[in-house]
Design a protein around this ligand. Sequence first.
Ligand code: ZN
Ligand code: ZN
Length: 290
Amino acid sequence: MEVTLLGTGSPVPNLDRAGTAYTVSVDGTTYMIDCGPRAVYELMENGIDPASITDLLFTHHHVDHNAAFPHFAIAGWTSGRESLTVYGPDGTDNLLEALYTVYEDDIAYRKEVGYSGEGIEDIDCVRVDAGFELERDDLTVTAMPVDHSIETYAYRFEHDDCAVVFSGDTQPLDRLGEFASGADVLVHDAHLAPVGEPPGDGFVWERYTTAYSEQLKDGLQKTHSTPEQAGEVAAAAGVEALVLTHFPPYRDEAEVRGAAAAEFDGTVHVGRDGLALSIEKSAVRHRANV
Ligand SMILES: [Zn+2]
Ligand SMILES: [Zn+2]
């Protein structure tokens, strides 16, 4: 099982981090989790054909997790995708309806010039709930609701005694430790990370160069986690490796890693776009961009 982080950013655009998107590849089939800003380019950057993906699972419908969806749907279709199923919580049907409403003429025009409607007009929509289970050959995908500002799910992918769990955006949860129990890799929200130095040149969001106000931090703590808290969940779950993700711009990565490592004895990765992990029978190897 191969896991690739396509985007590890937050809603604040960050030139170093695309919006949230990940892939899991099993036996030659690639599944995509979330489709945040820049996702199509990040697939290409990582050598993954966007048209090859026929299953897209959404954790939730915030803009940093779904903004590239129309691009993914239409560009993948015109590049040869013949079927697509999207899975997700409340709002997934609205996203599809928006695609068909906003891009009605765009799709009609492309059909006129010769593209078949197959792969775009017949997108399947599967509503995810707590009992969700996707079985495909030897792969099983399950979901668990987490605590964010809107309906949000964590996903667990299991294949051949290997498992990876994506927390989604969430406050720390004991039940996530149970859901991720025994997994090889846990990819966990660490949005509430300590601020570091902005780059010396180029564009900088001044607003994000200082720590959040106490008021904002209190609010965000109900919907996101700190690296320490992600470490606690990883320790409770007993995973091999923790991958921290969902960072605002200019975080201090050494502090982020140290905070999680203080709570968790396993391998800690500060997630980066392009980080790829191979999971084989409880051995986790990373092969890129660490
Ligand atoms: Zn969110
Ligand atoms: Zn988010």
